[in-house]
Design a binder for this molecule. Structure first.
Ligand SMILES: NC(=O)c1ccc[n+]([C@@H]2O[C@H](COP(=O)([O-])OP(=O)(O)OC[C@H]3O[C@@H](n4cnc5c(N)ncnc54)[C@H](OP(=O)(O)O)[C@@H]3O)[C@@H](O)[C@H]2O)c1
Length: 341
């Protein structure tokens, strides 16, 4: 099979398409012929070698895919083979075939395309875990979503709209601002031309916001934490501010972290607010919780309340370019790479 290997840690150019043996499924695994790969920012961070648990090169990157089950291990109970599935893998899905534990593969609804399947799980599960499970957002509460034009961002805006939140959002270009409004956000701020913190304070008549979904960190964190109202819930689930256009710069990493000063727990009492962090990758043992969440999300997909937004589709041969577009903030929605015809 063909697979995209990380030949050494670094920028998109370190990805090399090479031949590799088709992996064999273990007892509780399925072998999937990959049809579409969903790119995630974690793939960018993993390529740089700074995602927790990233192996030494060479290795096959990739944590989200859709495709067809073509073989099952001897103890697999839920899949028989030949099903169309979407799934998450710790690594290995930047390839024509991938093996995953049967619990990490979910049957695709008949109406869902492979491209949508490769765009569904990470985006909507992040949105669900953040605003439903952790923040328990209520109808009418004010939510601030950063990087709102991206994969997780558009999913969060769609889910928050369904839940009746008042949505404040930020994005980095006027085109992205227009797009986020189309997805249902009430107020969208181009943070490059307008100070988002003073604008949110003005638009909310000084209230600030009840929930923040922050995957950027650094200066964005510093300003947004101050915007959090009493009884506010801050959800930190990424620190994309550490990356730039090219190689990872340790000075930039240090500067980003230093803007996120430690929070002194006793100060939270008087402020009546709190912070959660999450990483879906290290939560994979919560099988039944995620199965339930996916069931709820698929009902919303069937009802038309959620629709994965795919910004750009690349052929497998152009996977380097696909990575570059995601890393350099040129993407909107999900970036998908199709494998085969
Ligand atoms: N913890 C978890 O389990 C989990 C799961 C999924 C995703 N995430 C995190 O959520 C974030 C979004 O992931 P995604 O895959 O949906 O990506 P994405 O939002 O589609 O793309 C990244 C976007 O982030 C914004 N951004 C801000 N600072 C950036 C920087 N220094 N470099 C690059 N982009 C920057 C850009 O939007 P603007 O142009 O609008 O600034 C960019 O388009 C990432 O931080 C990712 O690590 C975490």
């Amino acid at each position: 099979m063909r697979a995209a290997f990380v030949s050494k840690y670094g920028g998109p150019e370190v990805l090399e398409i090479r031949d590799a043996p088709i992996p064999a499924p273990r007892q509780n695994e399925v072998l999937v012929r990959v049809r579409a790969i969903g790119l995630n920012f974690a793939d960018v961070v993993g390529r740089f070698g700074v995602y927790p648990g990233t192996p030494k090169p060479p290795f096959i990157l990739g944590l989200e895919f859709s495709g067809d089950v073509v073989a099952v291990g001897s103890e697999v109970k839920t899949l028989k083979g030949r099903e169309r599935v979407m799934g998450c893998s710790r690594l290995g899905s930047h390839a024509e075939y991938v093996t995953v534990n049967e619990n990490l593969a979910t049957a695709l609804p008949a109406s869902m395309t492979y491209e949508e399947g490769a765009s569904f799980l990470v985006t909507y599960l992040s949105a669900y875990h953040g605003i439903v499970r952790l923040a328990n957002i209520r109808k009418g509460e004010k939510l601030l979503v950063h990087a709102a034009a991206g994969g997780v961002g558009t999913a969060t805006v769609q889910l928050a709209k369904h839940l009746g939140a008042e949505i404040f959002a930020t994005a980095g270009t006027d085109e992205k601002v227009t797009l986020v409004k189309q997805h249902g956000a009430h107020y969208v701020i181009n943070y490059r031309t307008t100070d988002f913190a003073s604008e949110v304070r003005r638009l909310s008549n000084g209230h600030g916001v009840d929930v923040v979904m922050d995957s950027v960190g650094g200066e964005t964190f510093r300003k947004s934490w101050k915007l959090l109202a009493q009884m506010g819930r801050y959800i930190l689930f990424g620190i994309s501010a550490v990356t730039g256009k090219g190689a990872l710069n340790p000075m930039r990493v240090a500067a980003t972290y230093s803007l996120m000063k430690p929070i002194f727990p006793p100060s939270l009492l008087g402020a009546n607010k709190g912070i959660f962090g999450f990483n879906l990758g290290t939560l994979s043992s919560k099988e039944s919780y995620f199965k339930e969440a996916v069931r709820d999300l698929l009902k919303l997909y069937d009802a038309g309340s959620l629709k994965p937004f795919i910004g750009k589709v690349f052929p497998f041969d152009q996977i380097v370019e696909a990575h570059r577009v995601l890393q350099t903030r040129q993407s909107v929605g999900k970036v998908v790479v199709v494998v085969g015809d």
